[in-house]
Design a protein around this ligand. Structure first.
Ligand SMILES: Cc1ncc(COP(=O)(O)O)c(C=O)c1O
Length: 381
């Protein structure tokens, strides 16, 4: 069992205050928010309070927040729901998006759309010239993530919006990794839709949201009893939504500390890594403060993750969401990284609870693990 958890971009531990806020809704407060009695009314009020908390944390109005069960659902909802009400032209997504953005875009090809990919440069930044070229063809929807889950590269959403809206295309951004790590302001970003997720910020699994500009016409993914203003039917997961609201409030309060503390840890880590032959991906990009993505030549990432786990450190190889497959990271391939080197990628993602001591011990452990693995392969060769 690992004693240092460095995989917060995959999922973060539930914060104690979040659990405390959720507890009544998992025990005595069991009303359905659609019911007229006091249990139902109380549940309804709890959801509306959480809606205000989420809205405040992301610089939106409460009426713009539609709760979903995950970031994946919100991204699917955004892409298919918005595209369904537009002309069938092309959907542009960046080549480093999470599959829950690119796959629904590809699925829309069955309904007459064309899905095209926007290139990134070798630092993992979306190539705005490529976007501009692609926008020469009729385009109605563009989706570019605010920050990448693997490299942490923060995208220039302001410029994406400028270029896309000049061509009258709507813009969606996946802010799942940005929330709680950098400032996220829906209003200032001027996007038409934005996705956030609860379990990446110390909230529970089972809650996410799509923040929607009121002028955007969108088709629901789920039809039924008309919850969420008819945009997302299904009895709400009240405890998870309440937890998400509390986690948003805490994330907003703790943003400065999270940023300075995790950046200090990452600098410590990367100074140590630079004394080895590690290659750090996107090192010169404007990145999330808590994220470092790197590889050692001729070392397999999954093997190194297992070795580090035995030494007490939980890290990810490539993207954890796709770790069921041993394909190299599509993000690194898009950045032009050699596939063999990409197979060695390790991602460290910190939270405010990680310590300098853990990072110092990790540096010793990783040096030892790499040395051992190299010795093993040289004996085998
Ligand atoms: C950038 C990004 N978008 C979307 C998701 C999916 O969010 P969820 O796990 O809430 O479905 C993830 C999960 O890792 C992610 O990193």
């Amino acid at each position: 069992m690992a004693n240092a958890y460095f995989d917060h971009n995959s999922t973060s531990a539930l914060k104690p205050q979040v659990l405390e806020a959720m507890m009544p809704y998992m025990t005595k407060q069991h009303g359905n928010p659609a019911s007229q009695h006091s249990f139902g009314r109380h549940a309804h009020e709890a959801i509306e309070q959480a809606r205000h908390q989420v809205a405040k944390a992301v610089g939106a109005q409460a009426s713009q927040v539609v709760f979903t069960a995950s970031g994946t659902e919100a991204n699917n909802f955004a892409i298919t729901g918005i595209a369904s009400n537009l002309k069938q032209t092309q959907i542009l997504t960046s080549s480093i998006e999470h599959p829950c953005v690119t796959n629904p875009a590809k699925a829309m090809q069955w309904r007459g759309w064309e899905a095209k990919s926007i290139q990134v440069d070798d630092s993992g930044n979306v190539d705005l010239r490529d976007l501009q070229t692609l926008l020469e063809a009729p385009t109605d929807l563009v989706s570019v993530m605010m920050a990448n889950n693997e490299t942490g590269a923060i995208q220039n959403i302001g410029r994406v919006v400028e270029l896309a809206t000049r061509k009258k295309a709507l813009v969606h951004t996946d802010a799942v990794q940005a929330l709680g790590k950098i400032n996220v302001n829906f209003n200032d970003l001027n996007v038409h839709a934005m996705t956030v997720s609860s379990h990446k910020i110390g909230g529970p699994l089972g809650a996410g949201a799509l923040v929607l500009n009121k002028r955007v016409d969108i088709q629901p993914l789920l039809y039924g009893g008309g919850q969420e203003r008819g945009l997302r039917s299904g009895t709400e997961n009240i405890a998870a939504i309440v937890g998400f609201g509390t986690a948003c409030e805490l994330a907003k309060q703790g943003l400065k500390d999270f940023s300075s503390h995790t950046l200090m840890l990452r600098q410590l880590l990367e100074i140590g890594l630079q004394r080895t032959d590690a290659i750090i991906f996107g090192q010169h990009a404007n990145r999330l403060p808590n994220t470092s993505f790197f590889a050692f030549k001729n070392i397999d990432g999954e093997t190194l993750v297992t070795a580090l786990d035995k030494l007490g450190f939980a890290v990810a190889s490539g993207s954890a969401c796709s770790s069921a497959s041993s394909e190299p990271s599509h993000v690194l391939l898009a950045m032009g990284v050699d596939p063999d080197l990409a197979r060695g990628a390790i991602r460290v993602s910190f939270s405010a609870d990680n310590t300098k001591k853990q990072v110092e011990k990790f540096l010793q452990a990783i040096k030892q693990a790499v040395k051992d693995l190299r010795q093993l392969t040289s004996v085998a060769a």
